[in-house]
Design a protein. Structure first.
Length: 190
């Protein structure tokens, strides 16, 4: 018996998310879903950042957990777009170029500077449901400021409880990743 691979289920997963997003946008009166991956948070008076945590709304679409400064754009009837920040940096490790079973499901644009994302986002920010933290704002005067509209967020959050077959298939991998630190914590506690 051949095991089911995540890539075999990903197309249906994305189709489900697109349908959910289209319904949420219609309920909220928006034309586009725009989701920043999140940004690094730096300690005050220092150049050290806090551990990065990807926006869960972004992570629901993409198997990327280390892509700060990137953006997901979905417009009903169109292929989702990933605006992927991959800076040129000799000081910090930069995210690897997108690859894997999921890339064919997105139009991918690689940018080198965070502000470059603006030209790849929908032209009218007022028609966008932008889901994220305030510090993810982009553009002069925060033109692409997360607005987290209640109707859109509530609909998407209520449906996140219903896992797609892809998400269910990924749970054993997530468990394997989590076991080691949990066992270490238990050993140290004892």
């Amino acid at each position: 018996m051949n095991p089911i691979r995540p890539g075999d289920l990903y197309g249906d997963h994305i189709a489900t998310l697109q349908q959910r997003a289209a319904t949420a946008l219609e309920r909220g009166g928006f034309d586009h879903l725009v989701v920043p991956s999140g940004t690094l948070h730096y300690q005050v008076f220092d150049d050290r950042d806090y551990p990065y945590a990807v926006n869960p709304q972004f992570k629901a679409w993409l198997p990327l957990t280390d892509a700060p400064g990137s953006w997901l754009v979905f417009t009903p009837g169109m292929k989702p777009k990933l605006v992927f920040l991959q800076p040129r940096d000799y000081w910090h490790v930069v995210p690897a170029a997108p690859s894997g079973y999921w890339v064919d499901h997105f139009d991918i644009v690689v940018i080198r500077e965070p502000d470059e994302a603006r030209k790849h986002l929908p032209g009218n920010a007022g028609r966008c449901a932008i889901l994220g933290e305030a510090q993810s704002a982009l553009g002069k005067y925060g033109a692409y400021l997360p607005n987290n509209p209640d109707a859109v967020v509530a609909y998407l959050d209520s449906h996140r409880a219903c896992k797609t077959p892809y998400e269910i298939a990924m749970m054993p991998d997530a468990t394997r990743i989590a076991i080691r630190p949990h066992r270490t914590a238990e050993r140290l506690f004892r």
